[in-house]
Design a protein around this ligand. Structure first.
Ligand SMILES: NC(=O)c1ccc[n+]([C@@H]2O[C@H](COP(=O)([O-])OP(=O)(O)OC[C@H]3O[C@@H](n4cnc5c(N)ncnc54)[C@H](OP(=O)(O)O)[C@@H]3O)[C@@H](O)[C@H]2O)c1
Length: 309
């Protein structure tokens, strides 16, 4: 039986990729720093990350590595453990080197739409740095570039769920500017997991796939679709970015979370979460999913920081 190591196996997309791998008769090894912190209901073999104590041999005997490890934003550790993009880049470089040293035959790496080495945004710059490192590493690989994921449950689809939560709980919602010239192309995490496993089984040396779904929304249209789907209609006000940022910061502080960062707003505004002309992956679309989950979507706030406790 072939052996696949998956980072983030107890997290979000990694968990779905592991399920898909098992369905395809792979032996799954979860590479994680969350053993004991998060449940392991499928009883995967777990090993520490290569940079953690005891993780030196994490990739021994592994045929394929699927990497989902990353942090959404940098956090100073005021109320929870600190983390940063700089650290995430260093750790991932370590992971790639460990894979090469262990003789891993293929790496499937999760990146982002429009990574950019010249960007002042650490998320997009860090992802570009990692793509470059993978080129230099010379292990055959696939780089997958999703824009935004949604999953089986609203609680795990944090950004979409919290937009619906805002519609239900706030007197009005806002777009940064008019919200009509920047877009998002969501992909369902099961479609993403199938793609990741197709790439794990691919033998081409070097592949890059834009992992975007079949629907494209402007930010304003996303609010409208979520309002129609949930029946929670609110005025959608165009506001300057600074005002949107202050509002999300105040809401985040009240909720004990980071709702949206300044860099995330900038990334959105730069229209980085869509790829013109990309072939859509999968068949599950957000509009149908919203209707299916209309009764639960946005009923509870989903906290990013709470997930890391
Ligand atoms: N979710 C989206 O909408 C989205 C959109 C575009 C691109 N992506 C990309 O898709 C990949 C996977 O995303 P995901 O949402 O599935 O990730 P995730 O499950 O939130 O995170 C993957 C793993 O990274 C580690 N990690 C995450 N946050 C961390 C933190 N604050 N401190 C320390 N470790 C942390 C955890 O490893 P342990 O469990 O081992 O601790 C976690 O399981 C990422 O590369 C991301 O950039 C995601």
């Amino acid at each position: 039986m072939k052996r696949i190591a998956i980072t983030g196996v107890l997290g979000y997309s990694g968990r779905y990729i592991a399920e898909e791998a098992v369905r395809r008769a792979w032996h799954v090894i979860g590479i994680t720093d969350s053993a004991g912190r998060l449940p392991n209901p499928h009883g995967y073999e777990l090993r520490p990350m290569p940079w953690s104590p005891g993780g030196e041999h994490a990739l021994d005997g592994v045929d394929v590595l699927v990497n989902t490890y990353w942090v959404r934003f940098s956090y100073n550790g005021r109320n929870h453990a600190a983390f940063s993009h700089t650290e995430a880049v260093e750790h991932t470089l370590h992971l790639f080197s460990a894979a090469k040293a262990a003789g891993v035959q293929r790496i499937v790496h999760t990146s982002i739409t429009h990574p950019d080495a010249a960007s002042p945004l650490p998320y997009f710059r860090g992802k570009a740095q990692l793509e470059q490192a993978l080129e230099e590493n010379a292990t055959p690989h696939s780089i997958l570039r999703p824009a935004i994921l949604f999953g089986d449950t609203p609680a795990e689809s944090i950004l979409i769920n919290n937009m619906a939560w805002s519609l239900r709980r706030l007197p009005c919602v806002a777009t940064f500017g008019f919200g009509e010239n920047y877009r998002l192309q969501p992909i369902h995490v099961r479609d993403y997991a199938e793609l990741a496993m197709n790439e794990a089984e691919n033998s081409e040396a070097h592949r890059i796939v834009n992992a975007v779904g079949a629907e494209t929304y402007t930010f304003r249209d996303l609010w409208k679709m979520l309002a129609d789907g949930t029946g929670a209609h609110r005025p959608i006000l165009p506001v300057p970015d600074w005002m949107g940022l202050i509002t999300t910061r105040l809401l985040g502080a009240a909720l004990g979370d980071v709702m949206l960062t300044q860099d995330e707003i900038k990334g959105l505004r730069e229209d980085r979460l869509t790829v013109d002309g990309a072939t859509p992956i999968g068949s599950r679309v957000l509009s149908a999913w919203t209707k299916e989950h209309a009764s639960t979507l946005g009923r509870c706030y989903a906290s990013e920081l709470q997930r890391r406790r």
